[in-house]
Design a protein around this ligand. Structure first.
Ligand SMILES: [Cu+2]
Length: 381
């Protein structure tokens, strides 16, 4: 056991070296290490006069309080995330994954800012962790989305600031180089940020859209190795399971496809809540693999399948497609009470692999929209 941290360090370095080789020209254009990050060639904004707000992140599917329409001009929005390497139980059979997480949850928390706000993230890698990590924001511009400026060892912290110039919902994920990249992502190390237009969301004709509730669903593919008897193997640390997991990853066939870190994390008592007449915004990310959300018994009233609010939303959708490495957003106003399943409509992934969530919706049934004209009755009656 004593040799494992050393072996991990070597692997991590090898991964980073391979990454630098493959993307040599790309890497050459960005500061190679955090100590170079202070070198700037463009105009340096004077942020001293901007208001600063500190936001405490909350655990998905919940989202921290935020304005839908911004009051005032751009701000510096300060977030802190702590990386936690921890065992997570991912199904009803007690199967575990030695997970890597932003702030302890899979997915990491949803951050919300407005266009042209500055996101200032303090990222902490406690010395209780074993691995190097960083963060690549798809919402950010340059330096591998910030990944080139945020690579930190256990026991280190780093602070990154980027300007949120483009609106939409965007994935963030760990990307520490080479084979470390997919391994960290499929071990849970991903989340999303929502950059709202300063004047809020709009339909395709410029009419404002508001939501009463917002939920964040992070879809995660896991690749858990099995032993010779077909039982899932358990590992005490991520490094211990790396070689086995890589073999399963290379099949491209996940053993689990779940919402918010585990089978059933958003069903039953954990179902998302709404009432008839309420408008819900569902942010849905998948950092690695395509997905196709569908609300059984409902619709997507306004959908940004690829999540970018400068594009007009599609309307009246039954199912929408979110490519891997992307976050999408859908707005729906509930019209009937009951339990709605919100699924990945590859139904094998939904039912057999776990990609199912529930909404529990209160309110009055509308017979005009649906009614049972004849209850189940013997055919000959
Ligand atoms: Cu990582």
């Amino acid at each position: 056991m004593d040799h494992e941290p050393l072996e991990l360090s070597r692997r991590t370095l090898l991964g980073a070296a391979a990454f630098a080789g493959v993307l040599g020209t790309l890497m050459a254009t960005v500061p190679a290490a955090a100590e170079d990050a202070g070198v700037t060639t463009g105009p340096v904004p004077d942020l001293a006069d901007l208001p600063r707000v500190r936001v405490e992140l909350v655990r998905p599917p919940f989202v921290h309080a935020h304005e839908q329409v911004a009051t005032g001009g751009p701000k510096v929005v300060q977030f802190t995330m702590t990386i936690e390497e921890k065992l997570l139980v991912i199904d009803d059979y007690g199967t575990t994954v030695p997970a890597m997480t932003f702030n302890g949850s899979v997915p990491g928390p949803l951050m919300v800012v407005h266009q042209n706000d500055y996101v200032e993230l303090t990222l902490i890698n406690p010395d209780t962790n074993e691995l190097q990590h960083n963060i690549d924001f798809h919402a950010a511009t340059g330096a591998l989305g910030g990944g080139g400026l945020t690579l930190i060892n256990p026991g280190e912290q780093v602070k990154l600031r980027f300007k949120a110039t483009r609106t939409g919902v965007f994935v963030y994920h760990c990307a520490p180089g080479g084979p470390m990249i997919p391994w960290h992502v499929v071990s849970g190390m991903n989340g999303a940020i929502m950059v709202l237009p300063r004047d809020g969301l709009k339909d395709g004709a410029g009419k404002p859209l508001a939501y009463d509730r917002v939920y964040y669903v992070g879809e995660q593919d896991f690749y858990i190795p099995k032993d010779a008897d077909g039982n899932y193997k358990a590992y005490e640390s991520a490094g211990e399971g790396y070689d086995d997991m890589l073999q399963v990853m290379r099949t491209l066939t996940p053993t689990h496809e779940v919402f918010n870190g585990a089978v059933g994390a958003l069903t039953g008592e954990n179902a998302m809540q709404a009432n008839v007449g309420e408008t819900v915004l569902i942010v849905h990310s998948q950092a690695n693999r395509d997905t196709r959300p569908h609300l059984i018994g409902g619709h997507g009233d306004f959908v940004w399948a690829t999540g970018k609010f400068a594009n007009a939303p599609q309307v009246d959708l039954e199912t929408w497609h979110i490519p891997g490495g992307c976050a999408g957003a859908a707005i729906y106003t509930f019209l009937q009470p009951g339990i709605y399943a919100y699924v990945n409509h590859n139904l094998i992934e939904a039912v057999e692999l776990g990609a199912t969530a529930h909404f529990t919706v209160g309110g009055e049934w509308n017979d005009d929209l649906m009614t049972q004209v004849l209850p189940p009755t013997p055919i000959d009656a």
